[in-house]
Design a protein around this ligand. Structure first.
Ligand code: C5P
Length: 232
């Protein structure tokens, strides 16, 4: 029997409204190259990843230049111009488009273009922890802060127990058939694991890293550069 292969799927069709930048945030330059290229390079350099698919919007005017300026071997990345209205829809569109390459039992690692701090070591940690798992899982970080639920006036209504709480990161890794079924059946979800949980399954939580945070607000850019330049 052929062992399952690992494919990366990168939703990169968002506009990054909270960043308020002139271009979509995944194309902002960080430590010398566009944010998305950090992600594509990390997957292309990983010996565990068979191939990477990146989903951009149909009218994306940046991806060709970004790829042309990169040292990335072309054949390790396929660009799909079929992004959707939401991240959920972009991932689902990507899964449909890669149907010919991926078998039902192949693993798909879905990773946000906006998490440039991912490393080959984190990919390895996730893949090796899940290689014989029945369901799959995700990188995540145990919550360390005391959590407050705020009211409409910005006052703390109550404290939420942080025990057993994790902050979800990506990659989130599930087998092709399960992931596609979960996303097709789910109402709007903000990550793949929520869709799998809605099927009554429990994805495994694998400890990620603070450097794998999602670049969302303007001040996140400097922190991401610190990690990328220091390679910490
Ligand atoms: O906006 P946010 O940071 O939550 O987006 C997470 C990821 O989902 C980003 O890589 C973004 O480009 C992607 N996305 C997408 N299609 C959308 C919205 C977001 O691929 N319609």
């Amino acid at each position: 029997m052929n062992p399952s292969r690992h494919f990366a799927l990168i939703p990169a069709a968002g506009i990054g409204a909270r960043m308020g930048a002139a271009c979509p945030k995944q194309y902002l330059s960080l430590a010398g190259k566009p944010m998305l290229m950090h992600v594509l390079d990390t997957f292309a350099e990983s010996p565990l990843i068979e191939h990477t698919f990146v989903v951009v919007s149909a009218d994306d005017g940046y991806i060709r230049d970004a790829l042309a300026s990169a040292s990335l071997p072309d054949k390790r990345v396929t660009v799909l111009f079929n992004g959707g209205e939401t991240r959920h829809q972009s991932v689902l569109n990507g899964l449909h488009a890669m149907r010919e390459q991926a078998k039902d039992e192949d693993w798909i690692l879905v990773h946000d273009a906006a998490r440039p701090g991912l490393t080959g070591e984190l990919i390895e940690r996730l893949v090796s922890a899940l290689h014989d798992d029945e369901i799959g899982g995700l990188l995540a970080l145990p919550v360390v802060d005391t959590l407050k639920r705020g009211d409409a006036e910005g006052r703390a209504e109550r404290t939420v127990a942080r025990e057993a709480l994790w902050a979800a990161q990506t990659p989130q890794m599930f087998r092709y058939a399960l992931l596609r079924r979960a996303l097709e059946q789910a109402a709007a979800v903000t990550d793949e694991a929520s869709a799998v949980e809605a099927l009554g399954l429990r994805p495994r939580l694998i400890e990620g890293s603070p450097r794998n945070f999602k670049v969302t607000l303007p001040h996140d850019v400097a922190l991401a550069e610190l990690h990328l330049k220091g390679n910490s």
